[in-house]
Design a protein around this ligand. Sequence first.
Ligand code: IMP
Length: 179
Amino acid sequence: MNRVRLHDKEFEPYISERDVASAIDKVAARLNTDYAGKRPLLIGVLNGAFFFAAELVKRLTIECEVSFVKVASYHGTRSTGKVSELIGLSERIEGRHVVVLEDIVDTGSTVRHILDSLNDHHPASVRIAALLFKPEAYKQDIPIDYVAQEIPNAFVVGSGLDHDGLGRNLPGIYTITES
Ligand code: IMP
C-alpha cells in the first residue's frame, strides 16, 4: 500500500486489505451464531456500505435477505433544522429481525435517524453492524452491536469510504496525512 492523493488531500495506509477481511470474518461469525434460524433482513446504507455488505454477506451461512437504503438530508422548511429521510425501503419489516449495515459510525446521528425511521415500522429487532466505529466521536447512547474495527477520531477512506466521491475503490483503509 502506498500513499494516495484524493483531490487536495493525501492519505496514508492504515489498515491492510487482509486485516479488513479478518475483521469482517469475525462479525460474520457472530451473525451466523446470533441469527441462526431468524432469517434476518440486512439493510445496507448507501453509498458507503456497498463494500461491507458484499464482503459480509458472502461470509454468511444462515438464511438472510439483503436490501439497501439511502439517507437523504435536507433543511426543513420549518424551524426543525436538518431533516433526514430514509429512501428505498421497499420490504415490509414489521416483525422482522433487521441488521443495519453502516460503513462507518462517527457521531452516530445517521444511525439515530435510521433507527427512528425503522422503528416506526415495528420490526421484531434492529441491530447495527459497522465496518468502522469512532468511539471518541460517538454522541449517541445506541449500542453499536457489531463493529469490525474501532478507529481513532481521524478521517479515513477506502473499502467503500470516500473523500468527496473518491477513494471508495481503494482496498484496505487509508487515513488522512497530517501536514
Ligand atoms: P455520523 O452520522 O456522524 O455517524 O456519520 C456517518 C457518515 O459520515 C458515514 O456514513 C460517512 O458517510 C460519513 N463519514 C464519517 N466519518 C467518515 C470518514 O472518516 N471517512 C469518510 N466518511 C465518513
